[in-house]
Design a protein around this ligand. Structure first.
Ligand code: GLU
Length: 547
């Protein structure tokens, strides 16, 4: 067979050459060791945690090494494409600080290695399709769906491996005349790879996350171009990652079974393959066993989940670092206030089996991250969240920013900052009692006579002085307790409980329930100071009605 003639016949319009493309997309001028990586998602409209894990890994590796991160849109499967998906993708990733140096953007493409949307790159793929045909490494196949189904059925009956290979590859050795006649008759065709591999052979491969692997060679004549001339992922990624000068491909390990084919493709095209990092699937505990996070069962797989419920970006980011790099938590303990940018992310610290996703742990991380932020920052983020997800709360926060910031400042800044909430949707319930329209007495008063409680509340209202400092404030509460027959000190009380009606804690609880409506609240002195005398007195007096 004259393969050059076949190539000319199949791709008469292809005039660009591989040499020209090499010139157009030269090797990048980057320092030694700089990693060029990419995100190459399909625009399905669903951005999930897996995308973020992959994006974060590629982003850290490329940017930490002084390299390049780009975004390529893998839109070869138009059936799966959803309108607006590219925008959703870019905005979601940007939200998590995954910023691209080049690639697809909302307003088009940016960068010297584009175009960055695969459907627009058809002509480029055809240059290499033609080259492979000319070298006898690819051929057209005219099998219909029915024929392929029949092959499948026969393979099932014979109990042999499924697929288009060996004797089943009907058009592998079709003559030029047959091909010519079929094409002239208007029969649709796909371009297939002519695999020289055998399942009897193993290949050795080192994946940067999975380590040394031994994989079975590929013997299937996979499709390179579909009947509309659009490439499959396999072919497109090889061409793109070569021309875009990708050094490291970070992707989900669902692609690992395709790797032998991908390596064959790179070899057939005469290129050095990039380094591969296959990330294990995110798992979660379901009862006693682990399973993959599923789109159907687990709302937490979608990135929108975190935004809606109000996790700060920093918290999700920090949590992902804890599950992606085994030494991150130690680093964090040693550097409690350092920016995550200072952490040296390494693929060597990634778990080859994949990470376990755990919402409780995420919540802990989030509480921690929030507790270390300044009140101003929490305020700004809360306003941003509430504006979109809780208008009522937004109005309250923005009506009096200083008041809200004072509330948020309680217990912040010290060695052991308070950790009252993990997500912004928990902030309103936490702050609600500070606002009269939301305030109500939700908790029980300690179990004492109504007259007793009334006495304490009234007495306190008479002596409350806004200008007292914390010590003076507490001394007054103790004195109040003593005056009403409560022990001013818990230790003394415990030694001799019968001598008192109760202890100072009971008295503070009466005040706390009256002023905050709860048995648990942040420091009562701080709370009263922020509420201001008028509100404190009003609440002490209103509480009488609930007794
Ligand atoms: N489009 C592929 C996916 O979304 C990309 C895999 C890769 O990064 O190469 O899974």
């Amino acid at each position: 067979m004259d393969f050059t003639k076949l190539a000319e016949f199949l791709f008469p319009d292809v005039t660009l050459t591989p040499e020209k493309l090499e010139e157009l997309y030269p090797k990048r001028d980057l320092p030694e060791g700089a990693i060029v990586s990419r995100m190459a998602p399909s625009p399905t409209g669903f951005v999930h945690l897996g995308n973020l894990v992959q994006g974060l890994t590629s982003e850290r590796l490329s940017h930490q090494s002084g390299g390049v991160l780009f975004l390529r849109v893998e839109d070869t499967d138009s059936k799966r494409e959803v309108a607006g998906a590219v925008e959703t993708l870019i905005t979601s990733l940007k939200h998590y600080n995954i910023i691209f140096d080049e690639g697809a953007t909302i307003d088009g493409d940016s960068g010297a290695y584009g175009p960055y949307r695969q459907r627009v790159r058809k002509d480029i793929y055809h240059v290499y399709a033609k080259k492979l045909v000319a070298e006898g490494k690819a051929y057209p196949c005219f099998c219909t769906e029915e024929e392929l189904a029949a092959i499948h059925a026969e393979q099932e009956a014979e109990k042999v491996n499924f697929g288009y290979y060996g004797k089943w590859a009907k058009y592998r050795d079709a003559s030029f005349e047959t091909i010519e006649a079929n094409i002239e008759a208007g029969m649709p065709w796909v371009l297939r790879f002519r695999s020289e591999g055998s399942i009897e052979h193993k290949i050795k491969f080192t994946d940067l996350i999975k380590g040394n692997l031994e994989l079975t060679e590929n013997d299937i004549d996979h499709v390179l171009l579909k009947s509309d001339g659009i490439p499959t992922y396999h072919f497109a990624h090889a061409v793109d990652d070569h021309l875009m000068r990708t050094t490291h491909v970070v992707r989900g390990d669902e692609w690992l079974p395709s790797l032998p084919f991908h390596l064959q493709l790179f070899a057939a095209l005469g290129w050095k393959p990039p380094k591969y990092l296959h990330i294990g699937t995110l798992m979660k505990m379901d009862g006693e066993s682990k399973r993959k996070l599923s789109k159907r069962k687990d709302p937490e797989l979608a990135l929108t989940f975190y935004q809606e419920i109000g996790y700060p970006v920093e918290a999700v980011y920090e949590y992902l670092l804890t599950i992606l790099n085994s030494n991150f938590e130690d680093w964090r303990r040693a550097n409690p206030f350092a920016s995550t940018d200072e952490f040296k992310f390494s693929y060597k610290k990634m778990n080859p089996a994949g990470s376990l996703f755990d919402t409780d742990k995420l919540r802990d991380v989030s509480k921690d991250v929030l507790s270390k932020m300044t009140a101003d920052k929490v305020y700004a983020l809360a306003v941003e969240w509430a504006e979109q997800y809780d208008r009522d709360f937004y109005e309250k926060l923005t009506a009096c920013p200083d008041y809200a910031k004072q509330i948020l400042a309680i217990g912040r800044g010290g060695k052991k900052p308070r950790k009252d909430f993990a997500v912004f949707s928990e902030l309103k319930p936490y702050m609600a009692f500070f606002y009269d329209d939301w305030f109500k007495i939700e908790a029980e008063m300690p179990a004492f006579d109504k007259a007793e409680i009334l006495g304490v509340l009234r007495d306190y209202a008479a002596l409350y002085d806004e200008s007292d400092d914390q010590t003076a404030w507490f001394d007054k509460v103790r004195a109040l307790a003593e005056r009403h027959g409560f022990c001013p000190d818990t230790k003394t009380y415990k030694a001799n409980p019968d001598a008192y009606k109760g202890h100072v804690g009971d008295v503070s609880m009466m005040l706390r329930v009256a002023v905050t409506g709860r048995q648990n609240s942040p420091d009562l002195y701080e709370v009263m100071r922020i509420l201001g005398k008028e509100k404190v007195l009003q609440r002490l007096s209103n509480a009488e009605e609930t007794l």
